[in-house]
Structure formats: structure tokens, C-alpha cells
Ligand binder design. Structure first.
Ligand SMILES: Cc1cc2nc3c(=O)[nH]c(=O)nc-3n(C[C@H](O)[C@H](O)[C@H](O)COP(=O)(O)OP(=O)(O)OC[C@H]3O[C@@H](n4cnc5c(N)ncnc54)[C@H](O)[C@@H]3O)c2cc1C
Length: 382
């Protein structure tokens, strides 16, 4: 668990070179600021076969496991967490399809994902259903050979990228509430009755995140994925892997933030000395490096458990909690180390600061992760 295999090290070095060549941090910042869709980023990832990695060989995949994916997520996080998301968001939704879709649906949908030609966005959240996803109200009614969908979704990340289908959780059960009567459907955002509105955000501008309004949207019956009314099982089935991968992304982003702070602390001189020689800055940076290492160990522990087919709900939540909080802390200290220059929006540190702040919110807030951990300890926080 404490070392990587030769193959895993090779993968890590390949991703490092990829980040340096295709999406160095300054490039990620520029794409974020202009809300640019980086077509080349996706096509280069596809050329390297990364979108096929975790899928079963019988589906045309490479059968790689959670540890390899965590390595990818971490290394891409050095560019920015948003770049990690460019890789993992389609992948996590695609794995749900591989797990739950029919053979016909898999044959139709997976080749496009593997080649990078098509993408998936995930839509659970609604204005009234954030941390409590089970409060979702978007409704699908069966009429003949179609579903008619009405409702309001929000925070659907990447919904407007070219060739994207939305994997959307909707209420199908008549009169059902809570976790019952939820189903997963594929919605084409170009369908009549779907309207997207980009939410202006502090960061995460590459994929962008959207409100999705649905008014009498006609969805063919064969766009239902997995068992009718049992979408909650589908939703839970990918949660552990998702937490591992986003934790990997936060570790990479936090590490890069500290690296950027340390380089600056060695170069910048005041009172005739590098500012990093002042204990008041050196010690917090030493503490932060220790915390990033701890966050990395938590992420890889959860990945190893998952690779062995063992449950890792508690460990995944610990990794997400600590990884995200560490990214926020690293960026806060990074701003202090960079002094006034960090406050300029020209600086890479200002980008880390903007991007990190949502880490403890998206993908399940820190409070929700603590609830999961507390429950695993026999406590019942409300
Ligand atoms: C950049 C971004 C991208 C996103 N991408 C997606 C996406 O692609 N698809 C998608 O479906 N969703 C997405 N989301 C939504 C995200 O999952 C939610 O924002 C998150 O789950 C929190 O929900 P909320 O924002 O409604 O906050 P709320 O649930 O309203 O929470 C507000 C505050 O109350 C606290 N709180 C709530 N319940 C409890 C409790 N039981 N105990 C203790 N504290 C509690 C929270 O921790 C938080 O501090 C995204 C969000 C952001 C910001």
C-alpha cells in the first residue's frame, strides 16, 4: 500500500508529462477564466486510452482498478481540480452505465465515451435537494413509449459541453418519496423542452455548471438505465469510487499549491533573507506538507480497499473530508506566503484560492462526510 508498482509509477510519470505538455497550471487558469472547452485536452486523454481504463475487457476496456484511477486523478489535480473533473466526471457516470445498462445500451453508448467523442454529465441536485438528494422532485411520467419529464435541476456540471448526455435521477414512482421510486434516465440536453443556464461561479469554469429546466421533455422509454424505481441503488453503487477519485484530485491540487508556495518562499527575499527562512512561514508549510501526505494516504487506503472489493464508505468519506479541507488550507496559506502578489488575479495562487473554496461543498459537504463517519462510529447525528 505504501509503494506503487512499476506499472503504476510509469502511469504517474506519463500523467505528469501530460500535465506539463497539455494542461500546465497557467493553462488551466486561462481556460477557467475564459470558460473555454479544451477539445484537445479530451482528445489527448482519449488517444492515451484513459477513458477506457477502468471498464471491463468484455466491454472493450482495459480493466484498470481504483488505484490507477486515483493516480490519474491526483496527477491531473496538479493542473487544477477542474482538470481532474474533466477526466473523472464522464468516467464515473460511464461506469454506472457499464454496471447497470442493458447490453444494447452499453454497445450503443460506451464506444463514444471510450473515444472521447461523447461525454456524460451527472444530475442529482435540485434547488430543494442538495445534501438531501432523496428530496428530489423532478418527475417522469410514462406516456406510451416515452417518459415525459418535468422539473428543475441545478449544479449539473459539464451539461453544455459538445456531445454530452445528462445522466439524471428523476422520480418515477407514483406517490413515492425519499429513496423510493427514483430512476436513472439519459437526457439529451438538445431535446425540446430542456433549457440550460450557466451558473456564474468563482471557479470550475472549464466544465461549467448549469441549471437544467425540463418542461414536458419527451424521453424515449429505452433511455431508462437500470431498474425502474430503484435508482437509489444505482446512485449508491458508484459513490465510493467517486469519493476516492475526487479525493485524489484534491491531494494533487493541494500538493501543487504547497509546491507553488515553497518555490515563492525560497525566491522572495525580505529583510535580506528568503521569506521561507522565517519560521513563521516554514512551520505552517511543514505542517501542510504533513497534512497533504496524510490526505494522500487516506485516499490511497480507500482506493486499495475498493480494489480488493471491500467496502470503504467510511474511509472514502475520511479521504474526501481531509483532502478537501487540506486543499482549502493550503490555498489559504499559499495566499499568505505570496503576500500582495497572491491577491492579484494574475497569480496562480489566486486561482487556487478561488478553486479550493468549493472543495468542501461539492461532491458532498464536509458536514455530510462527518455524518457518514460518525454513523460508522455508532453515532447518529441529525
Ligand atoms: C461547483 C459545483 C459542482 C457541482 N456539480 C454537481 C453535479 O455535477 N451534479 C449534481 O447533481 N450536483 C452537483 N453539485 C451540487 C453539490 O452536490 C451540492 O452543492 C452539495 O451536495 C451541497 O448541497 P447544497 O449546495 O444544496 O447545500 P445544502 O445541502 O443546502 O447545505 C448547506 C449547508 O448546510 C449543511 N448541512 C446540510 N444538511 C446537513 C446535515 N444533515 N448535517 C449537517 N450539516 C448539514 C451543509 O453541510 C452546508 O454547510 C455541485 C455543486 C457545486 C458547487
Amino acid at each position: 500500500m505504501f509503494t506503487l508498482t512499476d506499472e503504476q509509477e510509469l502511469l504517474r510519470d506519463t500523467v505528469r508529462r501530460f500535465v506539463a505538455e497539455v494542461c500546465p497550471p497557467a493553462q488551466a487558469k486561462a481556460w477557467d477564466e475564459t470558460g473555454t472547452y479544451p477539445a484537445e485536452l479530451f482528445s489527448r486523454m482519449a488517444d492515451l486510452g484513459w477513458f477506457t481504463l477502468p471498464f471491463a475487457e468484455s466491454d472493450g476496456g482495459a480493466g484498470a482498478g481504483p488505484v490507477e484511477l486515483a493516480i490519474l486523478a491526483e496527477e491531473l489535480g496538479h493542473a487544477s481540480f477542474d482538470i481532474t473533473m474533466c477526466y473523472i466526471s464522464t468516467l464515473v457516470a460511464g461506469l454506472a452505465l457499464a454496471r447497470w445498462a442493458s447490453p444494447e445500451q452499453r454497445a450503443e453508448l460506451l464506444p463514444g465515451l471510450f473515444s472521447g467523442r461523447s461525454r456524460l454529465a451527472l444530475s442529482m441536485s435540485e434547488p430543494g435537494a442538495g445534501s438531501d438528494v432523496s428530496a428530489l422532485r423532478t418527475r417522469a411520467r410514462r406516456v406510451g413509449n416515452s417518459w415525459i419529464v418535468n422539473g428543475q435541476k441545478t449544479w449539473c456540471t459539464g451539461a453544455a459541453l459538445p456531445n454530452t448526455l445528462i445522466t439524471m435521477y428523476v422520480r418515477t414512482g407514483d406517490g413515492a418519496t425519499g429513496r423510493d421510486g427514483i430512476s436513472l434516465m439519459l437526457i439529451d440536453p438538445e431535446s425540446v423542452g430542456v433549457e440550460l443556464r450557466k451558473i456564474p461561479t468563482l471557479a470550475r469554469g472549464i466544465l461549467g455548471t448549469y441549471e437544467v429546466t425540463l418542461e414536458d421533455v419527451q424521453v424515449p422509454a429505452d433511455r431508462l438505465i437500470g431498474p425502474l424505481d430503484h435508482g437509489w441503488d444505482v446512485l449508491l453503487s458508484g459513490l465510493e469510487l467517486e469519493r476516492v477519485l475526487i479525493s485524489g484530485g484534491y491531494v494533487g491540487a493541494a500538493q501543487q499549491t504547497i509546491d507553488e508556495a515553497v518555490i515563492y518562499a525560497k525566491q522572495r527575499e525580505q529583510f535580506g533573507k528568503p521569506i521561507g527562512s522565517f519560521q513563521a512561514l516554514a512551520h505552517p508549510l511543514a505542517d501542510l506538507q504533513t497534512e497533504v501526505d496524510a490526505a494522500r494516504l487516506l485516499a490511497y487506503r480507500a482506493a486499495h480497499l475498493l480494489a480488493q472489493g471491500k467496502p470503504c464508505g467510511r474511509e472514502g468519506s475520511m479521504a474526501k473530508l481531509f483532502g478537501s479541507e487540506t486543499y482549502v488550507k493550503a490555498a489559504r496559506w499559499g495566499m499568505q506566503v505570496w503576500g500582495g502578489y497572491g491577491f492579484s488575479t494574475d497569480s496562480i495562487m489566486s486561482f487556487r484560492y478561488r478553486e479550493s473554496i468549493v472543495a468542501t461543498i461539492s461532491g458532498g459537504t464536509s458536514q455530510i462526510q462527518r455524518n457518514v463517519i460518525a454513523r460508522s462510529m455508532g453515532l447518529r447525528p441529525t
